[in-house]
Ligand binder design. Sequence first.
Ligand code: SIN
Length: 274
Amino acid sequence: MTLEIRPLTPALGAEILGADPDRDDHFEAIHAAFVEHAVVAIRDLRLAPDDLLAFARRWGEINVNRFFTPLDGHPEIATITKEPEHDTAIGTDWHTDHSYDAIPAMGSLLYAVETPEIGGDTAFASMHAAYMALSEGFRHTLDGLRAWHSSRHVFGTPEPEDSDRHTRVGNAEAATQDALHPLVITHPLSGRRGIYVNRTFTTHIDGWTPEESAPLLSQLYAHCARPEFTCRLRWQPGTLGIWDNRATWHKAINDYPGQRRVMHRVTIEGVALG
Ligand code: SIN
């Protein structure tokens, strides 16, 4: 099988066709595309849960998610399911998974089991492209800052009884993580500089109050979400998306009322950021 890699936008993302997850040479090419494009969508796979886990282990050690419902018999796979009767979906605001951990996860593999006919895409944004579009002087100012991230305000409140977020474990007492990271990081694989704050988990800039931090963070959030820094991944059953948390934001697009979407997610451990 010939492997074909098609970039999605100039900023980030690539679609990969003809991949055989058991071949070492294909894994190397997929990994290189991941470092270059930060998000890859491998098409037309047939991955039973054990196959997904075997492929995930090629990427590193698996991080067992504290807050999402595991797949029956496979605690390392988190389920992200939206039923036709659910109004809300998981992860619909821009975020970077696990930025609240001292050593944030590298990224996730998200495998599409069942998808709406149309809709249910995931959007991604390149934090390197967003950083490079800033003036040198502003980049220099950001380079000297660090920011706090927390899981408490997102996962620390028990879901209300009538919530339809059935994919959450509701493990609110486990939401005790606070972490300090540079506001701009050097990517551990590509060496590229990129912005590392996100609207969901970042609480404030180190040494500043949340109120003092809000105008600068809001300005960065608006800047990073500019369409020229983004791509959209359109899922089909059998698509495996893999994204890098150190280089991207992502958000699920909840535009498929009355339809079902079932995804299996495996998260891979990362390294300390600097
Ligand atoms: C997530 O934030 O991990 C969910 C992404 C998605 O369901 O598209």
